[in-house]
Design a protein. Structure first.
Length: 669
């Protein structure tokens, strides 16, 4: 069962796939081992197993000693972004087959009226209708067997690889939808079928249809990948992989293969869980998670040790309405390409050099300037040094790439390199403001947990931008998403629309739905704790706010918490307006296993040196420390701390000090 804990003498293994590197972490017996290898885009499972072999070799651990294998990946994410999922059909209620085409009639870009939303994942020739109708009150027009057979015959003739079934108001009564899905599965046993009442049992037809179509579109591809990975893991004597869901908990590989939409934010979720866990070990329960990898940067908010959750995300213009960690992503990473726009302005990303060929300084044929090239030329990375994964840095190649852009901009090499990192900084600072200032959160009350291969190099400057006084670079910062997988527990989410007025709440009309969802969650994870939350709005509002509550909440408590959330988000609350309960959400969450990390903080001797480093317009002599400093060793900026999978830049005016957990904590002096 997912969430089962390894025995004390076994190890927990986590492997996370990024756009440039694949990271591994192995924890157990009070020790933490990490590894980083290049990602293999053609088949991510090859890179996963290479990372596994590397970390097992470093730890001198046999596969039989691994009790749990947790995996975060970008298979579903990449397939959605690149539009290379299955050939998918859609079955809808008669008259509603074009709901994806119609959408919400909002502009993709406010000031570009001609900008088009992405084309629907289901082309018009693969949209089918059945003559039936369910209303919020129940069945209005029954589903006739003859009409169902005719519709399925057309689907069989079209030969799709996957089918999404989304009938009107199936969250009230799924009988018609279940009959359609069962008939398709009998006639086309090799075709994946996603039914909306199983994927997302809520109202709003467009969001429910979009999410169900994404689920059907991605599931065949993810199933094939997970089958390959499971076979390779079994051959090596490893346990079957558990998969990180977008909600920040592990699910069985079979569940992920059947409902790929649950894994679209798999990697970012693992990083956020890792930031929450390692931040708490450093004494910070309120943190901003800042994960800067090779291709993109993910940011999120952690309050009282819990990652903030979202109920809706838009990925590449497509709506996904599932429980997930509230992560905001921007296309600024170490491999992001710098370029000049037609007006002569310096831009960075979203295009990335990726894992192949990678930045110019990797020496693999890349010729375009990237953020990593700029960091090398500024002195933050050492010339001739080797990055994790065995990548040797070529300063001459970086200089050639940046010089080409410098000539185009009319700047010198140093100015161009500094401009590249500052443009990337501003993009990432803007992302942090999206999840804080724009949502009524003051970032000055939070610590910034910086991780990813490039995060600790940029963290202090971002903290200056947001007036944050403390930065935490946790142990294993370069592979923290993999560490997050190691410490993650299992999670199951259930949601259902109820649409109850305040008077209905006062007579307990919501209790039956809460009890039913809680029973389902307990059945899936018997030993987990249950968390309840409720989507509430004022009557007449278009959108709702999610507030936590007990399993048997009093209406007065729900109103009080909703008004507090409304004041925080919008600055006011209406004491006279009636409220409405829209959705009930129940999550089963198992405990995280952070105990094996508490004594896994290494320390010891370090090599010291000095080199010239550029900060803004000034070149300074900075001390360089290679290795993991021992606790209590204060380090005044300017300084560079070269850790096994990342580099910490301590600017002038900052002081760094390792703490007892193995984290390097920076504070502004």
């Amino acid at each position: 069962m997912s969430g089962a804990r390894e025995t004390p003498d076994q190890y927990a293994l986590g492997v996370d796939v990024g756009g440039t590197f694949t990271d591994a972490a192995l924890a157990g017996r009070g020790r933490l081992f990490t590894a980083k290898v290049p990602t293999t885009p053609a088949d991510q499972s090859e890179g996963v197993m290479a990372a596994v072999e590397e970390v097992l070799a470093r730890a001198a651990v046999e596969p039989a000693m691994v009790g749990r294998f947790a995996h975060g990946m970008t298979v579903a994410t990449n397939a959605l972004l690149e539009e290379r999922g299955a050939r998918t059909g859609l079955v809808a209620t008669k008259g509603f087959a074009d709901v994806l085409e119609i959408g919400r009639q909002t502009r993709p870009e406010l000031y570009r009226p001609c900008a088009r939303a992405p084309a629907p994942l289901v082309p018009s020739e693969l949209r089918f209708e059945v003559d039936e109708r369910v209303a919020p009150e129940g069945v209005v027009r029954a589903l006739e067997p003859t009409a169902l057979d005719e519709a399925v015959a057309r689907i069989v003739e079209a030969r799709p690889d996957a089918v999404a079934v989304c009938l009107l108001h199936s969250y009230v009564d799924p009988a018609h939808e279940r009959a359609v899905a069962d008939t398709i599965s009998r006639r086309l046993p090799d075709v994946h079928v996603s039914a909306s009442h199983e994927v997302l049992s809520v109202f709003r037809e467009y969001e429910r249809t979009s999410t169900t179509v994404i689920d059907a579109y991605l599931s065949p591809l993810l199933r094939r990948y997970l089958e390959r990975l499971a076979a390779r893991a079994s051959e090596r004597g490893l346990p079957a992989p558990e998969i990180m869901s977008s909600g920040g908990g592990l699910i069985d590989a079979a569940v992920a293969a059947s409902h790929a939409a649950l894994t679209v934010l798999s990697g970012p979720a693992a990083g956020a869980v890792g930031a929450a866990t390692l931040g708490a070990l450093s004494g910070a329960d309120h943190v901003l998670s800042f994960d800067m990898g090779g291709t993109s940067t993910d940011v999120s908010v952690v309050d009282r040790g819990d990652v903030r959750q979202a109920t809706r995300q838009e990925i590449a213009g497509r709506v996904l309405q599932l429980p997930m960690v509230d992560v905001h992503t921007v296309g600024a990473g170490g491999g992001s390409i710098a370029w000049a726009d037609p007006g002569g302005a310096l831009r960075v990303g979203p295009q990335s050099a990726g894992a192949d060929p990678g930045p110019a300084c990797y020496g693999r044929g890349g010729s375009l300037p990237t953020v990593t090239d700029a960091n090398l030329l500024l002195g933050y990375l050492g010339p001739g040094a080797s990055l994790a994964g065995g990548v040797a840095l070529d300063a001459l190649a970086a200089a050639r790439a940046v010089d080409g852009l410098a000539q185009e901009l009319g700047l010198d090499r140093a100015e161009t390199a500094w401009g590249i990192v500052r443009v990337a900084d501003l993009q990432m600072a803007r992302a942090l403001r999206v999840v804080t200032v724009e949502r009524g959160i003051d970032p000055r009350g939070y610590a910034l947990v910086a991780f990813g291969g490039a995060g600790p190099m940029h963290a202090a400057r971002l903290a200056d931008e947001l007036e944050i006084g403390r930065v935490i670079c946790p142990p294993g910062a370069g592979v923290l998403s993999a560490v997050g997988l190691v410490v993650s527990g299992a999670r199951r989410d259930h949601v259902r629309s109820v649409l109850l007025a305040e008077s209905d709440l006062e007579r307990g009309a919501h209790a039956e739905t809460v009890a039913e969802l809680a029973a389902r969650a307990r059945g899936e994870l018997p030993d987990a704790r249950l968390e309840a939350s409720y989507d509430i709005r004022y009557q007449g509002q278009a959108f709702e706010l999610t507030v936590p509550g007990p399993l048997a909440p009093e209406p007065s408590l729900l109103r009080e918490r909703f008004e507090d959330a409304h004041r925080e988000r919008y600055g006011y609350a209406d004491d006279e307006a009636a409220i409405e309960l829209v959705n009930v959400r129940i999550a089963a969450v198992s405990e995280r296993g952070a105990g094996e990390l508490e004594s896994a903080a290494p320390g010891g001797s370090i090599d010291r040196g000095r080199r010239t480093v550029r900060f803004a317009g000034e070149e300074l002599e900075a001390s360089v420390l290679e290795g993991i400093p021992s606790g209590g060793a204060g380090i005044e900026g300017p300084a560079i701390i070269e850790l096994p999978e990342t580099t910490v830049v301590v600017p002038p005016g900052w002081r760094a000090e390792p703490d007892e957990s193995g984290a390097v904590t920076m504070e502004r002096t």
